[in-house]
Design a protein around this ligand. Sequence first.
Ligand code: UTP
Length: 303
Amino acid sequence: MYSFWNPVKVIFPVAGFGTRFLPATKATPKEMLPVVDKPLIQYAVEEAAAAGATEMIFVTGRNKRAIEDYFDRAYELESELVLKNDTQLLEQLRSTVPAGAKFIFIRQGDPLGLGHAVLCAQPAVGDHPFAVMLADELLHTAAGEPNPTAQLIAAFRATGKSVIGVGHAEGKSIERYGCVDIAHTDANGVMTLQGMVEKPKLADAPSQFGAFGRYVFDAKLFAHLAKTAPGRGGEIQLTDAIAALIADPSAGAVAVNMQAQRYDCGTKIGFLEATVDFALRHPELGNVFAQFLRERATRLPRT
Ligand code: UTP
């Protein structure tokens, strides 16, 4: 259907201020906060690579240099490890960059909103379909299962339409997300959309399905982004451009309920939940950390 779906390009917008995580994010990018032993951005890049991505496009801003440095070769460190013959650590260090992947960094300048950040990446994307991943949404799938980005790419290939990755948002929590308006759902669970609104009040929410940081877009999105005026919060909202894409008879969009365990690491509580679960799953730390938690649990106050 899309013969030009090659190379697979992913945009990582990382130019936001991360105000919900201050003061930790005052001088460190939110995406560099580590969950156990890897920064959030590493989990996102690994998810992208496992889904077949070969071009990683970062839209960065001030105070985000650490991300660029992280994906660069660390020559001094590598020579030190070679001298010490520490092949295991050397391998770990080198594997931060997936083999064969190209890394591109673009500056957003003024942080005018997520929609504007995505538009900044247009010169690196051209007229290819592309994915967008928000690294503070950490999504976990069991080994062997297709990850959320792979699930969306499969839906894009099947439908030829842009795909919004969604999840069920309980009650009032829908007020924190872009919310999809569903026309109908097919036998495979793919939802055809008739609209999308950014952070609606619960009473006005067209569904309980919110966008959880994964998207695959037709390049037609860029034309809509270019026409999108500042919306909620004075920011150029990706959601508003998606609504225009849905209304475009030559485009349209679908949503897929992503099969994954989700952690909103842009919030302190989501980050803590991720830290505990990822530590418990960690091959070296899991058992000893579980033992620690068991001991601690006996000392917890009753609620
Ligand atoms: P958020 O809404 O999470 O904003 O942006 P934020 O600044 O990162 O965090 P808070 O809300 O202040 O705590 C969603 C995504 O869009 C990116 C962010 O980096 C994040 O990945 N973004 C947002 C940009 O790249 N540029 C912008 O102008 C705004």
